[in-house]
Design a protein around this ligand. Sequence first.
Ligand code: DGL
Length: 259
Amino acid sequence: MPIGFFDSGVGGLSILRYTITLLPSYDYIYIADSANCTWGERDNNFILNRSRQLTRFLAECGARLIVVACNSASTNVIDQLRVDFPELSFVGVEPGVKPASEITKNGRIAVLATRATSRGNKYIRTKEKHTQGKSVITVAAPELVNWVEHDREINFCRKAKLSEILDPAISFGADTLVLGCTHFPFLIEQIKACLPDEITVIDTGDAVARQVERLCKSLEIEHGSGKLRVFTSGDVGVASKLVAKLMCISHMECETIEK
Ligand code: DGL
């Protein structure tokens, strides 16, 4: 019985890699909806309809546990998916404002996210609950999603653009920056290089993997043989190379899924 993952593109692999490291003996199916990326610039109707289609596909492949490896989808539509698919269990991701509020020293937190996540009910509720008395700024960075999707090198121009994107967080005086989109951990070194040393960067991929582990145990998900299948709505050849690179594996043959 595979564990299902989906995202608007390859970003959710940043969660999958932690999960496979922690739980190598399960089977996995990952869907990258790269033909429709970026979801962060889409409305909630689109995000919900596409999330339903991908969930249905994963369920037909035998998954009972689904990781919504996309902040834009988790913060806006995961509650509805739980209503629509009561027979399935879902793990969501959302910007790590809770750990950020525990470690910030000056009470100023910046969240780098998509526009869809900034308006997400779940994100707004978590912020209200866990950051009382602290100041939080949300910075939208859709360009970074495209850089990861298209495997763009961070050359001199992009470094300047990245500094410009991060500037509101630095000017705000944040001492903690949350990576609030699953694509961003693939740029963590480049992001850190543009920030003053005293800013701590938070990636919650390992915490999500531990939540998957708890659910695998409680749902008694059957172990497999560590098999990974990756589906993409984008170009299969391009995706295969990119997935292999991001997962640090020598070879991957992606399969196709309808746009
Ligand atoms: N990786 C996704 C997220 O965590 C979405 C990025 C996008 O498609 O805009 O929000």
